[in-house]
Design a protein around this ligand. Structure first.
Ligand code: HEC
Length: 135
């Protein structure tokens, strides 16, 4: 009996691990719908605009997400403020990406502030996540 419980807990644990970012995206979709009843789902095209559009961000510098993560998500980038190397964002070359929901939330919050000087809305976060995950 005890053994079965442990096995069941392990199975639940592994499937949760892979699903947390998906669960987060579903949660963002619910929030987006609440904020805008016309919301029809996330769009990788809008996400692409969010990723590439330039804004006067941190330290008065004109930046976009691509400033640090580059135009090609399969390539490594560099933090333009600290010079630290950044591994590629694309899960196709870096399977660790978008597996840790805490990390995803933390960096979306921080990086939206770097570029947009505010937090992203639920819709913006979902759009840009969809774009990044599919590139
Ligand atoms: C000033 C440089 C900089 C800018 C601009 C920037 N990022 Fe980042 N980003 C980082 C760094 C540094 C990390 C953390 C190191 C790492 O994960 O390799 C990171 C990590 C992330 C992660 C975590 C991914 C994961 O699951 O591992 C996401 C998501 C992300 N950035 C999205 C964005 C988006 C969207 C934008 C534009 C709104 C953006 N970043 C702009 C530097 C930047």
């Amino acid at each position: 009996m005890k053994k079965t419980m442990i096995v069941l807990a392990l199975i639940a644990g592994t499937s949760l691990y892979g699903k947390t970012v998906d669960a987060y995206i579903n949660q963002l979709a619910a929030e987006a719908k609440q904020q805008n009843s016309a919301f029809q789902g996330f769009s990788a095209q809008r996400g692409k605009d969010i990723y590439f559009s330039k804004h006067i961000g941190k330290r008065g510098k004109e930046v976009s997400c691509a400033s640090c993560h580059t135009d090609n998500l399969r390539q490594g980038g560099e933090n333009i403020f600290t010079g630290k190397k950044i591994k590629p964002l694309s899960p196709s070359v870096n399977p660790k990406r978008f597996t840790d929901v805490k990390k995803v939330k933390k960096w979306l919050r921080r990086n939206f502030k770097d570029v947009y000087k505010r937090e992203g809305t639920a819709q913006e976060k979902g759009d840009v996540l969809l774009f990044m995950r599919s590139n």
